[in-house]
Structures are given as structure tokens and as C-alpha cells.
Design a protein around this ligand. Structure first.
Ligand SMILES: Cc1cc2nc3c(=O)[nH]c(=O)nc-3n(C[C@H](O)[C@H](O)[C@H](O)COP(=O)(O)O)c2cc1C
Length: 378
């Protein structure tokens, strides 16, 4: 495998994504679950598995990898409506995509002023090529909350409704909302009242991450609220939270009433989790629990190395030489189980060239193979 051979614009990388003609490819049938995903406006998703938006992570390179492995859609990093309304170049750059790879393209915005969000919606649809525009009413980051954005808007439902209304009026494209059950658990799940009102304001789908904003990422996502929301609105509900593997994704899909599920943290370094979900979706319902789902395709160590290299090359194509700084953490996603991972991480962090970082990674993998010190499951 050549480190100097960046993948072309239409990837045909080594990871056998579900679009490859591979006999192991999942052909969902006899499942009891709908093999196709929900329709969001006029966009029918090919399956019910979506990459969750993650600030700083779900740039085009990572989205592309997940799409190659079968994700039906991959939501962009959240982008500032203020900056987009003024056509801020660095924010527009966040919205890099390629329609031959990514369709539909879903862009998430954060903002708190109806007019600004309306303008930003038009910019992302008309200039960045977004097919779906999502509004963030969920982010619990201190900086976001203190400026009245993201999850803070759940304290001001009337404003949240006006934002959705303004966005929906500004475009023909479907507008969706990602939110949490409420701001604080003590206040109860206000999403159950707000959800139907968001739909009346123009939301074409709702995504619920079942943790309150004040819980941030603590505790566990409450999927019973996803079920309740799904029963109370006439549009698709997408569930998010704590899906760590394919059997969990399928279980939530089967039991929550959500029409699709989002996978976030578990896709870091494991974009092939989408392929595993599709594989499992193709099996009969009785054989999907964790103990009964052997043989889900998992890449070997050399295949994981190829995957890491592919990710690095995509990122280099997207952001240029400064990819090496972001790769310091990204490459660790793929190497956690390698013997000597800590020393490898330190060495990779000292490098300021992508090629050098990949050489170090390749050497470490070659050495582990030679010494037969392979992590489990390879
Ligand atoms: C690093 C990170 C960044 C995130 N950024 C966003 C974001 O920009 N917008 C958003 O709606 N959710 C964001 N989330 C929340 C995820 O989309 C998802 O709802 C949450 O992580 C729960 O799903 P998971 O357990 O599958 O990760 C972020 C989560 C993480 C871990």
C-alpha cells in the first residue's frame, strides 16, 4: 500500500463498504424492520442508520468514510448561522461536500436569531448545496449555552419555534431539529409538548438525544422518551444516544418506534459499524442480540491500517497539510488496541507531516504483525 497515493475523488478504498459487489453485502430481507429509512421531506433515506453530528469531527472526510460503509446520511459539524449569514469563508469551508458521494447532504446550524437563521439557511441550501437543514437545540457545551445557543434554547421554547418557522419559510428544503428532552431533568420532558409544536412550525423530522442538557454526556440516554415522542408526532423521529454496537442499534430501532437511529461516538475509528448494522438488519430478528450475532464483519489489523490511511488521505485532501494536527487524535482511534499505543501516540504527535505520521503507524502495525502481537479480534 502506497502512502503517496491519495484516493481519488470517488473512493474505491480497501474497506468493503456496502456499495462494493461483495457476497457478504447485506441485503435486508425477512427482518421485521423496514430496510429503508424514513423520508425526510422528499429525501427517502436508503436505510435507518445515520452518522450523528459531532463538532470538530464530522467533516467531509469522516462523513465520507461512514457513507462508504453504508450510513444513509451523515450530518455535518454544526455551523454558525451568524457566520454563514455573512458568508464567512472558514465556516463555508466546514461545509465541504461532494454530491456524487453525499446525498442527501444534511447541514446542522446553530443560531438564536430568526432572521439570521433564515439567511444562513438560504446560504447553505443555495450555495453549499445542502438538501436538509438541521437546527441544533441540543448542544450542552458551556460556551454554546452561555451565548444562548444550542440546548439553552430549550429554556425559551417560543423562540425555538420562531427559529424553525423562519428557517422553514426561507427554503423549500426540509428543516429538521435535533434536541434533548429538556434543559434540566427536574423540569421533566418538555420535548413531548414542544415536539408537536416544532412540527407545526415546519420541522420535517426530529432527532432526540435522550439526555437532558444539564446532564451533558453523563448517565444514560432515555430511549423511552424517544418512543413517547415518536408516538406524539406525525413526522419521522430519529433516536440518538449510547449506541455502541450494531445489536444495540437494531434493538433501539425495533423497540423505540424511532424510524432511524444516529450513531456518534461509536463510529470514531469504526465507520464500519454502519456495515455491521446493515448486515444485522439482513438477519432474522431472533438472531440479533449481542450473544447471537457472531460473524459481523470486522476489519483485520491490516485492513484497519488501510482504513486509517484512507481517513488521513481524505482529510489531507480536504484541509491540506494541517491535517497532521487533527490526525494526532484521529489516528489514535484506529490504534488504541495496538501494543505500545501510548508511545506510538506520543511519536505521532511530534510529527508535522501526514506522510511521516502514516509511516510511523505502518511500522507499528508491521511490527505487531511480525511479532505476532495482534490485539484480539484481528
Ligand atoms: C465530540 C462530540 C461533538 C458533538 N457535537 C454535536 C453537534 O455539533 N451537534 C449535535 O447536535 N450533537 C453533537 N453531539 C452529540 C451527538 O450528535 C450525539 O447525539 C451524542 O453523542 C449521543 O450519541 P452517541 O452516544 O452515539 O455518541 C456531539 C457529541 C460528541 C461526542
Amino acid at each position: 500500500m502506497s502512502l503517496n497515493n491519495p484516493p481519488g475523488p470517488t473512493p474505491s478504498g480497501p474497506g468493503p463498504g456496502p456499495r462494493d459487489p461483495d457476497p457478504k453485502d447485506p441485503v435486508p430481507r425477512n427482518t421485521g424492520l423496514a430496510p429503508s429509512g424514513p423520508a425526510i421531506g422528499s429525501h427517502r433515506l436508503q436505510n435507518p442508520f445515520i452518522l450523528a453530528p459531532m463538532a470538530g469531527l464530522t467533516n467531509f472526510s469522516f462523513r465520507r468514510l461512514c457513507l462508504e460503509y453504508g450510513a444513509a446520511m451523515a450530518v455535518s459539524e454544526m455551523a454558525s448561522a451568524v457566520s454563514l449569514a455573512h458568508r464567512g469563508r472558514s465556516t463555508l469551508k466546514l461545509l465541504t461536500t461532494d454530491p456524487s458521494v453525499e446525498k442527501p447532504f444534511c447541514v446542522q446550524l446553530f443560531g438564536k436569531d430568526p432572521e439570521t437563521l433564515a439567511r444562513a439557511t438560504q446560504v447553505v441550501v443555495n450555495e453549499a448545496g445542502a438538501d436538509i437543514v438541521d437546527l441544533n437545540l441540543a448542544c450542552p457545551a458551556r460556551k454554546v449555552l452561555s451565548s444562548g445557543h444550542g440546548g439553552a434554547l430549550l429554556k425559551n421554547p417560543d423562540l425555538a419555534l420562531r427559529l424553525v418557522e423562519a428557517m422553514a419559510k426561507a427554503t423549500e428544503a426540509p428543516v429538521t431539529v435535533k434536541l434533548r428532552p429538556g434543559f434540566a431533568k427536574e423540569d421533566g420532558p418538555m420535548v413531548l409538548k414542544l415536539g408537536p409544536r416544532l412540527v407545526s412550525a415546519g420541522a420535517a423530522a426530529l432527532t432526540l438525544h435522550g439526555r437532558y442538557v444539564s446532564e451533558r454526556f453523563g448517565g444514560q440516554a432515555d430511549w423511552s422518551l424517544v418512543s413517547e415522542l415518536a408516538r406524539s408526532v406525525p413526522v419521522p423521529v430519529i433516536g440518538s444516544g449510547d449506541i455502541n454496537d450494531a445489536p444495540t442499534a437494531l434493538a433501539h430501532l425495533a423497540h423505540s418506534g424511532a424510524q432511524a437511529v444516529m450513531i456518534g461516538r461509536a463510529a470514531r475509528g469504526r465507520p464500519y459499524i454502519f456495515r455491521q448494522c446493515l448486515d444485522l438488519l439482513g438477519r432474522p430478528p431472533g438472531s440479533r442480540s449481542p450473544g447471537e450475532a457472531p460473524g459481523l464483519w470486522t476489519p483485520s489489523l491490516p485492513e484497519r491500517l488501510e482504513l486509517a490511511i484512507r481517513h488521513a488521505k481524505y482529510l489531507e485532501l480536504e484541509v491540506g497539510p494541517k491535517a497532521c494536527f487533527r490526525l494526532r487524535s484521529i489516528l489514535m482511534w484506529y490504534t488504541k488496541e495496538l501494543p505500545g499505543a501510548a508511545a506510538l501516540r506520543a511519536a505521532i504527535c511530534r510529527e508535522e507531516s501526514v506522510d511521516r505520521q502514516l509511516e510511523l503507524l505502518t511500522q507499528a502495525v508491521a511490527q505487531a504483525i511480525q511479532e505476532n502481537r495482534l490485539p484480539c479480534g484481528t
